[in-house]
Design a protein around this ligand. Structure first.
Ligand SMILES: [Zn+2]
Length: 226
């Protein structure tokens, strides 16, 4: 982020609107997210989730590498001639909790629940992969889609992936990740730690999509408390 005040340029806003348009039918991803939510798996046990991710990436023409830290996997998408590369990362594991929700896609694995939103993270990264794999997608270089096991409970799935050669096999100039927090705010940080971030409250204007993101305020005094 360039500074306490960032303004997305017009080209970025246009790009965001194009991305939004490409998801005119995003019911598919709603279905994927609900399916993963209904079948939560603990860290290093994300076999079903990993299978779904691998199958979808493969269907979209993305090269798939499995078995990194057990259930972890990486999708590789190359385009153009640039040698630069980035990583986009999501975590896949659930928590050992009983889900009390009664909606149709509540957990079917008693004592397991996607209470931290990793079902959403996994689906968002799948959606990004789908979008970027579309013909006409504009990037030059390599994108590594990193699906990490075992973020919860101190199991350190990311550390295990790195120990097993994640960045030796899939070098990244930068890695981007997010953690959802459904209160209508967006946070961003240059930090290497997800918990050390700055909050941004988009100033909503006329419509959903790019417009609310046109101006992002990041007051340095408002830091996430954990
Ligand atoms: Zn989480």
């Amino acid at each position: 982020m360039a500074g306490p005040e960032c303004v997305l340029r017009r080209s970025c806003a246009t790009e965001l609107m194009n991305i939004a348009d490409s998801f005119a039918d995003f019911s598919r991803f709603v279905g994927i997210r609900r399916d993963i939510h209904a079948h939560p798996e603990l860290g290093f046990e994300e076999h079903r989730t990993s299978d779904i991710v691998a199958r979808l990436l493969g269907e979209w023409g993305i090269e798939v590498h499995r078995g990194i830290a057990g259930t972890g996997l990486v999708g590789v998408l190359r385009q153009g001639s640039s040698t630069r590369s980035i990583g986009l990362r999501a975590d896949m594991d659930a928590l050992p909790l009983h889900e009390a929700n009664q909606f149709a896609h509540r957990s079917t694995n008693d004592g397991r629940m996607h209470a931290c939103g990793h079902d959403g993270h996994t689906t968002m990264l799948l959606a990004a992969a789908w979008h970027l794999a579309q013909k006409g997608s504009r990037f030059d270089g390599t994108i590594h889609f990193i699906f990490q096991p075992a973020e919860e409970m101190g199991k350190a799935g990311a550390k295990k992936m790195i120990e097993e050669g994640l960045f030796d096999r899939f070098p990244c100039d930068a890695v981007f990740a997010l953690h959802n927090f459904p209160v209508g705010e967006v946070a961003a940080s240059r930090s290497t730690r997800a918990r050390s971030w700055r909050r941004a409250t988009p100033t909503a204007s006329r419509c959903a999509g790019a417009a609310p993101m046109r101006r992002c305020r990041t007051p340095a005094s408002t830091r996430w408390p954990r």
